[in-house]
Design a protein around this ligand. Sequence first.
Ligand code: SF4
Ligand code: SF4
Length: 257
Amino acid sequence: MPNQLPGDEKIRPEQGRQTEFTGSESFRFLCHEGLECFNRCCRDINIFLSPYDVLRLSRKLGLETGAFLKHHALRLQPEGGFPVVIIKMREDADLQCPFLTGQGCSVYNERPWSCRMAPVEIRGDNRYGFAFDSNHCRGLLETREWTVDEWMKNQGNEHYGELETGFKDIPNQLRFSGLSSLDSHIRESFFMACYDLDRFRRYVLESSFLQVFEVENPTAEKLGADDLALLQFGFHWLANGFDLRRSMEIRDEVFGK
Ligand code: SF4
Ligand code: SF4
């Protein structure tokens, strides 16, 4: 390799929150234990959980989804929209993530989608940026280059899109009624089917659901044992088969009024 002469270095603009790039453009980043900021981003931050994140973390911790949501998550309700879920940070420890230990992330193999994407954030259709500045996230000063696709693959994020395709369709398909008590039922049904999968399994299997919504037998059998099949079934049901009156009757049948 020839010696590099002064002035030959590629001039690289500083990366930070102002930086934007498309999926085919590269960015520079590397996160490792040697950085002074190591684990700094695992505190005092909203980590949004997707349905698949909730399922993976629950199973990793050996909890039913309801117990996971109760002990480790907060449910937020955007005005006029559907509930979202974030990790409940520890109030007694500098708002640290409850999964952060002295050795790093204790749920690393099942860490949420947004932890895998960090420091990259999605800003629109094929538009990306950084959630941090380089004075906070020192990894942005490193020289390793990635495209977004390469980064997602490296972080094991590339299957989320396929698994959660139906989830993204729900807001366009599931309509609110305009009546608060009915809309509250619609939100609860959404929350149950998307996030509280063990409760949704009871709703489907311990009621007349399978007859009312005419689910074919091989699919019905799968729903009892296959979490991912049930998750995707729930997305499809909410977007395409949801019936307000019948869904309320089934709720009363299983969980009481
Ligand atoms: S889940 Fe792991 S990576 Fe994500 S904030 Fe918590 S400790 Fe950090
Ligand atoms: S702040 Fe950036 S470089 Fe530091 S640990 Fe977090 S993601 Fe890695």
